[in-house]
Design a protein around this ligand. Structure first.
Ligand SMILES: C[S@@+](CC[C@H](N)C(=O)[O-])C[C@H]1O[C@@H](n2cnc3c(N)ncnc32)[C@H](O)[C@@H]1O
Length: 356
């Protein structure tokens, strides 16, 4: 059957985003080579076969994304739902931000953060410039640029990767099929600027959605994007994912996207344990993060380059970590995982009779 106009539009959009991401990265590297050659990271050249495999897995991700929307798991309109005006207005600031990024790299300064009156509120591992990001996660400036920067990093596929949690989430919630959607509570852990909640809301428009994150500034940005002009509001709460400010068993599902690789191993385990605590028995946890060496050895150079280009102090440990085992250690069962382009998606269930 010939593809519909909407499918052609989706594929063209994704090709355009992918190209825009590649062009931006190429240009910004060239500018860095001229203006700040001393801070150009030493990366390994990506072999041609790996480039081809990456392109192929990106296409497969878009195929799955399109098919799931076509089957009605989420609306097709979600595939086009991007804050274009905000991003267009912010894009020049991504460039203007580069000199301070280079200066931090030159000074090997990864703790260049705003003055904090509540420093003790944050775990030590958090107080860093992850990705060499200006202000770390601790300013409105950082929150305003973050989504655009992530989209560029993943060649326009960041939301498509986030959406890979939706099939597992919808599947896990079948356990509560005797309840109306309005009686389901879903928590997005480390929600950042709320892009994952945005995807979840499109698939489950009546469920009660809550997001938790350590960054007040990122939550402010999430509030602007998720709640402005809406009557059903997403609740956004500041808190540490290692001990979240919610009662035991109060959620039927939890999601957590792109957090694990930014945590030291003990914090990773503590987060999974707290997720377990918050789930009602029978509830599902869906995690998404970077692929790992074990499941995607063919992308080892890409993973290594990521860690060399960005300040990601726990990434090397994360890509060798056994997340399946960590989930089992936290008490979960039915652990399953799949890889999609650069994302690994796990789902795990809290046993129905579990009292851990
Ligand atoms: C890479 S971002 C991912 C954000 C979002 N989930 C997404 O898909 O873009 C990591 C997020 O985790 C948050 N974070 C890091 N450590 C945390 C912790 N211990 N507790 C709560 N949030 C944390 C950061 O503030 C940031 O918003």
């Amino acid at each position: 059957m010939a593809p519909s106009f909407t499918e052609i539009a989706y594929r063209t959009l994704q090709q355009g985003r992918s190209l825009a991401g590649l062009v931006h990265k190429e240009l910004s590297t060239k500018v860095m080579e001229v203006v700040a050659p001393d801070v150009v990271p030493q990366t390994e050249p990506v072999p041609t076969e790996m480039m081809a495999a990456l392109r192929q897995s990106l296409n497969t991700l878009h195929d799955r994304d399109w098919l799931d929307a076509e089957e009605g798991l989420y609306p097709q309109s979600l595939l086009f739902d991007i804050p274009w005006l905000d991003w267009a207005e912010r894009y020049p600031r991504v460039w203007l931000d580069l000199p301070s990024n280079w200066a931090r790299r030159r000074a090997r300064d990864v703790q260049d953060l705003p003055d904090l009156s509540d420093r003790d509120f944050y775990p030590d591992y958090y107080l860093q410039n992850f990705h060499h990001q200006t202000d770390g996660y601790l300013s409105d400036h950082s929150a305003e640029l973050y989504d655009l920067q992530v989209d560029i990093l993943f060649n326009g596929a960041a939301d498509a990767m986030r959406r890979r949690i939706l099939p597992a989430l919808l599947d896990g919630l079948k356990h509560f099929s005797n309840r109306s959607q309005a009686n389901l509570r879903i928590l997005d852990v480390a929600t950042g600027t709320g892009r994952t909640l945005h995807q979840i809301r499109a698939a489950l428009p009546q469920a009660t959605l809550v997001g938790v994150d350590l960054s007040e500034a990122y939550l402010r940005q999430a509030n602007r994007w998720l709640n402005q002009g809406r009557c059903s509001l997403v609740q956004l709460v500041q808190g540490n994912a290692e001990r979240m400010p919610f009662d035991q068993g109060g959620f039927q599902a939890l999601t957590c996207v792109f957090l694990m690789h930014e945590l030291p191993a003990d914090a990773r385990q503590a987060v999974l344990q707290d997720c377990y605590r918050l789930l009602e028995p029978g509830g599902v946890l869906v995690l998404a993060d970077s692929v790992q060496l074990k499941d995607s050895p063919q992308f080892d150079v890409a993973m290594d380059n990521f860690r060399r280009v960005f300040h990601e102090p726990y990434y090397r440990d994360y890509i060798s970590d056994d997340i399946d085992q960590r989930l089992l250690d936290a008490g979960f069962c039915n652990v399953q995982a799949e890889s999609h382009f650069m994302a690994r998606v796990w789902s795990a269930t809290k046993p129905d009779s579990g009292t851990k």
